[in-house]
Design a protein around this ligand. Structure first.
Ligand code: 5GP
Ligand code: ZN
Length: 138
């Protein structure tokens, strides 16, 4: 299903031009207009899924292998030495376009810090309580 009001549906299905690096029956991989580093790409399913929770299993199963393929090609072609696969779900998590996408961000020697957080200390009892809460909802 496509969403007529969704810009990534239009890009993924070729209605709006993009710098495409890969395309198959299910996906288009494009360069991000506001790249974190040179070559920053987005894996877009051609079908509209709002976020990872809406993805069907068949599509979901193809995304990590495709991320690995694109990341490997980036290492060979752009000279990056690693890459991040990043995927945001919900506004609080930084999602700004509500059509599922996976970022593939090339990482270069001496490049900027992109995905990071400051680890906090946590009480083992709190860890156990938190784990129990999540478990109870599965
Ligand atoms: P999010 O924050 O939702 O995880 O990521 C959305 C990404 O899409 C951002 O990195 C943003 O630069 C990129 N983006 C937004 N609109 C467009 C567009 O029209 N074309 C392309 N190529 N990238 C876009
Ligand atoms: Zn869409």
């Amino acid at each position: 299903m496509k969403d007529n009001n969704c810009i990534f549906c239009k890009i993924a299905n070729g209605e709006i031009p993009s710098s495409t690096v890969y395309e198959d029956e299910d996906f288009r991989v494009i360069l991000d207009l506001g790249p974190a580093t040179k070559g920053h790409a987005l894996i877009l399913p051609k079908e509209h899924f709002k976020d990872v929770c809406e993805l069907d299993e068949k599509t979901a199963a193809k995304i990590l292998p495709l991320g690995a393929k694109i990341g490997t090609a980036m290492k060979q072609s752009l000279g990056c030495v690693g890459f991040n696969l990043v995927q945001n779900n919900g506004e609080a998590a930084g999602q700004t376009v509500f059509h599922f996408h996976m970022h593939v961000i090339p990482r270069y020697e001496g490049g900027p810090t992109i995905v990071s957080w400051t680890p906090e200390k946590e009480d083992p009892e709190v860890l156990a309580e938190t784990a129990a809460k999540i478990k109870s909802a599965l």
